[in-house]
Design a protein around this ligand. Sequence first.
Ligand code: KIV
Ligand code: ZN
Length: 511
Amino acid sequence: MDKVIIFDTTLRDGEQAAGGNLNVQEKLDIARQLEKLGVDVIEAGFPASSPGDFDAVRLIAREVRQPVICALARAHPHDIDRAWKAVKEAAHPRIHVFLSASDIHLSYQLRKTREEVLQTSREMVAKAKSYTEDIEFSPMDASRTEPSFIHQILEAVIDAGATTVNIPDTVGYALPIEFGGLIDSILESVPNIGRVVLSVHCHDDLGLAVANSLAAVRRGARQVECTINGIGERAGNASLEEIVMAIKTRRDLFNLDTAIDTRQIYNTSRLVSELTGFPVQPNKAIVGANAFRHESGIHQDGVIKMPITYEIINPKDVGIPASSLVLGKLSGRHAFRERLAELGYSLNEADFNRAFAAFKELADKKKSVTDRDIESLVAEEQRTVSELYHLDRVQVTCGDRGIPTAAVSLTGPGGQTLADAALGTGPVDAVYKAINRIVRVPNSLTEFSVKSVTQGIDAIGEVMIRIESEGITYSGRGADTDVIVASAKAYMNALNRLLASRAAEGRKDAA
Ligand code: KIV
Ligand code: ZN
C-alpha cells in the first residue's frame, strides 16, 4: 500500500500561533512524543527567527533520532546557514526553504518581480543542497498564485536539487475542488515532478484545511503538513489527528497508509494542549472531550447494542482507554498504578508517590475519581516539579459585603517562606496582587478561563491563563477542587515559566 508522509509542524507553525510560547525543554518533550506517535518529519522550528528557536532545533536534532528533523529558512543565505547549523547533527536532517510566489505578496510585500523570485528560489535551493541532500521548497501563498508560475518555480527548484515540493494554502483561501485541481495541474504540467515528493500545507481560515489536504492526497500528494490539535497561525493548520484518522477510517476510498501509531494520538494531544496552554474544544473531532460521548437515548441504545451503529472509530484506536474501574478513596497503590498505565503514563517512583498522595487527597474530597481527574492531577504534579516559587497556602475572604482580601504564602527559590496579603476587586485579583507583592515581576493578565474537568458539584476546576511581560506571552494552568486555589496555581505556573525563560537567557532578574 502507498504511504502518506506525515510532516508535523506543531513546533514551528503551531508554536507560531498567537500566545504560543514553548521553552526549549517543552519543545523537546513534544518532539519525543511526536517520535513515539510515529511522525515521519518534525519541523522543529525556524532557527533564524530567534536564539531560543535555534537552540530548540539543535537540541531536538541531537536527541530525537528516528524522524527527519527539519528546519525552516527564508530564501536568504543567512537563514539557510542558521538552519543547517541547527539541524546538521540530526540523524536525518532537512532544510525547508520558502519564498512568496503570489503577485499579491510580490507587489505589496516583497517588491520583487517573478523573474527575481524564480532566480532566488533556484539559487537558495542550490545553496541548501550544498549542505544536505534532503531539501524542501515552498512557494508561499501558492493557492493565490497563477498556476503556470507555480509550475515554473517547481520545475526550477527540482532541477536545483529540491527533494520535496510543498504547496501551501497560506491564508486558507482554497476550496477542496480547486486545491485538488491545482495538484492535478502540477502533476500534469511539471515535467520533473516524478522525481520528488509532492506535499501540501493548508491553513484553516475557512475551516477547510483538512478537507483541502485530503483532496490533495486523493489527487496524488504524498506528504501532508499538519499540527496536533490543528494549532497554528491564525485559525490554525490542518489537524494531524483528523488527517490520519480520515485516511485510516476511509481506507476503502484512499487505499493509503501512514506510519502513525494512532494509539498515541490522545496522549500527544493532551501533552500539546497542556504545554502550549491551548485548550481543545469539547466538540473537536477525534480528541475533544465529547468526541466519543453519546448523549441521545437512541444513540446510547444503539452503541450498547453494537458500537458501530453510532461510532465510526473505536476510542481505543486513538488511545482513549475505556474506563474499566472507577477509583475512590479505598483504591490502593496497585489500582492507581494500573490506571496510570492504561492512561499512558509511566512515572518514576518519586513522581508516582507524589501523584498517589495527590490522588488520595482528591479521593477524600470526591466520591469517585475519573480518568479526567487523574490526568488533571498528574499534569498538576508535573507542573510543580521545576518551580522557582511554590504556592503553599492561599486564603481569601470575599462576598458581596466586604472588600475581597487574600493572604498567600509561597516557598521561595532559597526554600524560605514568603507571605503577604492584598485587597482586590475580586478574590482572584486579590490573590494575584498578593502574589505580585512577593514575586515582583511586572506583567499583565491577558486571558483567564475556567472550566470543570468533570461533571458534578465536586468536580475539579481547571484554570487557564495567559500573562504578558515585555511583549512575550506565557501561559499557565492550575487545577483544584477550589477554583480560587486553581487560579493561584495557574498564576504561579505562568510566573514560573516566565522566570525560567529569563533564567535561560542568563538574566539576573529571574530569581
Ligand atoms: O503557511 C505557509 O505558507 C507556511 C510556509 C512557511 C510553508 O507556513
Ligand atoms: Zn503555514
